[in-house]
Design a protein around this ligand. Structure first.
Ligand code: SAH
Length: 338
């Protein structure tokens, strides 16, 4: 029960523990291409190797506790359960001819953003790369569909679980593993400036999204009390370094909360802030309609305010999108995961 998940090791580490790189690749193929869930299924490995793998590693550390399908939009919420009985969600999002999976990196979340349900769940622990990757393995198996985009936007703060997140991305993007293009992966963070800087040196090249939600530190502190320990200017400077060194897309996420951060003056201040940061290009801005969360008094902006906010940013030459809520009936939409 306590042996490590085989995917908690990176491919290079796994190779060193095996008789040859060829064997490591065979194992990775069994896991990622053929969907093996036990070492016994790996019939082209010698019997003694299978026995030692069984003794030293685990291939599943979670069970699929529950699935819930939205009748409204086909969104599927999968709940995984750790060996200790802790549960964490991932959300399969069909978008016509392709699909995304929104994955969790922690059980609970310590950041307590005032608008997010995940912050209401007590932080329990970081998930390991194996436990994070199992979300993708279960989602593909359950739906029979290949996932095209991975969103680190489920429960938890990915950069507060730095090792787990980086280990996961290495398997995701490695040609020995899942072979995802880094441009198909989005890592969303509340803005842990030191970890963003560290990440910029890992050469992972995944897209970065920043949950900014306020144009100044005073307002940010009100709605994201813990994240505000990193001043916005430091966070944006770290994102700029990441973007310069890794390329890809950089997106600002901004949830529109009625009477809190949705007035024209906020839109102007946001545009000024992002323009003066002198990024390699203007970042995209994703405006997020607030999804309802029980026990949270904050409410979504009105349609006309949201449109006004959108238009003001457009006038300032930003590419602006409004995120379409998916899975609200399952409490599986952004910010509803708990
Ligand atoms: N901790 C990371 C990863 C979680 S992402 C982060 O905060 O970025 C969760 C996404 O859902 C973020 O874009 C967040 O801002 C958004 N979100 C949180 N609460 C929400 C709510 N009630 N309605 C809509 N989006 C919400």
């Amino acid at each position: 029960m306590n042996s490590p998940h085989i995917l908690d090791l990176e491919f290079e580490e796994l190779k060193k523990k095996l008789p040859s790189a060829f064997r490591a690749q065979q194992i990775a193929d069994w896991i990622f291409t053929k969907g093996a869930e036990t070492f016994d299924e790996m019939t082209n490995l010698p019997q003694d190797l299978r026995s030692s793998l069984k003794r030293d590693f685990a291939l599943r550390k979670t069970t699929l506790a529950k699935t819930e399908l939205s009748k409204r939009d086909g969104t599927l919420k999968l709940i995984l359960q750790t060996q200790e009985g802790q549960q964490y969600p991932c959300v399969f999002l069909p978008h016509g001819h392709y699909q995304s999976l929104c994955i969790s990196t922690q059980v609970g979340c310590a950041w307590e953003c005032s608008f997010c349900a995940s912050g209401l769940v007590k932080f329990e622990r970081n998930l390991t790369p194996g436990e994070i990757l199992e979300q993708i393995l279960y989602a593909e198996k359950t739906t029979g569909k290949k996932i095209r985009n991975i969103l680190f936007m489920g429960m938890g703060e990915p950069l507060a679980n730095y090792a787990g997140t980086v280990g996961t991305i290495r398997w995701l993007t490695s040609l020995h593993g899942m072979g995802f293009q880094p441009s198909r992966i989005v890592l969303s963070t509340t803005g842990l400036a030191p970890q963003i800087l560290k990440l910029s040196k890992e050469n992972l090249r995944v897209n970065l999204a920043l949950s900014l939600h306020a144009p100044d530190d005073i307002l940010r502190k009100k709605i994201m009390p813990k994240s505000s320990k990193f001043p916005i200017k430091d966070v944006l400077a770290a994102c700029k370094t990441y973007w310069q060194e890794n390329g890809g897309e950089f997106t600002i996420e901004y949830i529109l909360l009625k009477d809190i951060n949705d007035q024209p003056a906020h839109a102007e201040a946001l545009a000024n802030l992002l323009t003066s940061a002198r990024f390699p290009a203007l970042p995209k801005i994703n405006l997020i309609p607030q999804n309802p969360v029980g026990g949270i008094a904050l409410g979504p902006s009105t349609e006309s305010r949201a449109k006004n906010f959108f238009d003001l940013l457009k006038k300032r030459h930003f590419i602006v999108h409004t995120r379409k809520p998916q899975g609200q009936d399952l409490e599986a939409a952004c910010g509803q995961l708990q």
